[in-house]
Design a protein around this ligand. Structure first.
Ligand code: 2YJ
Length: 269
């Protein structure tokens, strides 16, 4: 699993830059993309009166410089009051509770969750990232109805993405460097097909959700392709960028914004 580095997220606190980019390329803000993860929701989710506590976690490989501050900045941008706790770990959770946090964000090397202390609802970054990038892809494409999407990568985010997209699209294609993994995933759904060769998969699809850490050769990208790319590191070269109509990518903000919306709701769905 990819662990974020301080370098990956050095620009994340400047959320306004991504917001402007999203407005230009998908026609809505970061909050709009996150709100669209809720089925049937019209308009933007209202974060007024919600307080987020971000707890640094020292286990495993430890604290990533700038990580908690980035999550705080994203929460504030969405409209919440937010703070990073002075203490890490369990002491930080206690501190967040005592300071009246509604939602606690915390991440170790494997899981990143947002837990709503008031309702018991929680969201995890894997599911929220898949939903956030699917939302952005849907806004960029206009609709999934009668459309096909290629998912690159049958890892954690790709697996969730395939499951969700199989219910929304006419056909979903999935490709992975590990063919068996892609084949096994495809075999679970009647309208999901495995494409063994990644080059062939990219060459034959206009709508792509790239949830893999691999690089994609710009030669393969179709002119006018629409690409939503949660994968880290960023996969596209200059040629791919020039040929694609849209590439949506950021290391943290779309996933965290979707986590915020999904945990702030008062019910699971
Ligand atoms: O608190 C800190 O600064 C660190 N413990 C943050 C760790 C961040 N975790 C990661 O980057 C993991 N790869 C997250 C896995 C999320 C799954 N989508």
């Amino acid at each position: 699993m990819t662990r974020l580095t301080s370098d990956d997220i050095k620009e994340t606190p400047v959320v306004s830059k991504l917001d402007t980019e999203l407005k230009n390329i998908v026609g809505t803000t970061l909050l709009g993309v996150a709100s669209n993860t809720i089925p049937g929701m019209t308009g933007d989710f209202d974060f007024k009166n919600l307080k987020a506590g971000v707890v640094p976690i020292t286990s495993g490989e430890g604290v990533i410089r700038g990580f908690s501050e980035s999550v705080k900045a994203i929460s504030e941008y969405l409209g919440m009051e937010a703070f990073v706790t002075n203490s890490p770990d369990v002491g930080g959770i206690a501190e967040a509770m005592s300071k009246g946090a509604d939602i606690i964000f915390m991440a170790d090397d494997y899981e990143f969750i947002a837990y709503n202390l008031k309702t018991g609802v929680y969201s995890n970054n894997t599911i929220a990232t898949a939903k956030g990038y699917i939302s952005a892809l849907e806004l960029a494409m206009g609709t999934f109805e009668n459309n096909e999407v290629l998912v690159i990568g049958a890892g954690r985010v790709g697996t969730v993405a395939v499951e969700i997209l199989s219910k929304k699209c006419s056909k979903v294609f999935v490709t992975d460097i590990d063919c068996t993994r892609a084949e096994n995933l495809a075999s679970k759904y009647p309208n999901v097909y495995c494409v063994k060769n990644i080059e062939e998969a990219v060459r034959s699809n206009m709508n792509i959700l790239d949830a893999s850490p691999g690089l994609i050769d710009g030669e393969w990208v179709q002119k006018g392709a629409i690409i939503s790319a949660p994968g880290i590191p960023y996969a596209f070269d200059k040629k791919g960028e020039d040929k694609a109509k849209i590439i949506i990518h950021d290391p943290l903000s779309i996933g965290v914004s979707a986590m915020a919306v999904l945990s702030a709701r008062d019910e699971y769905f």
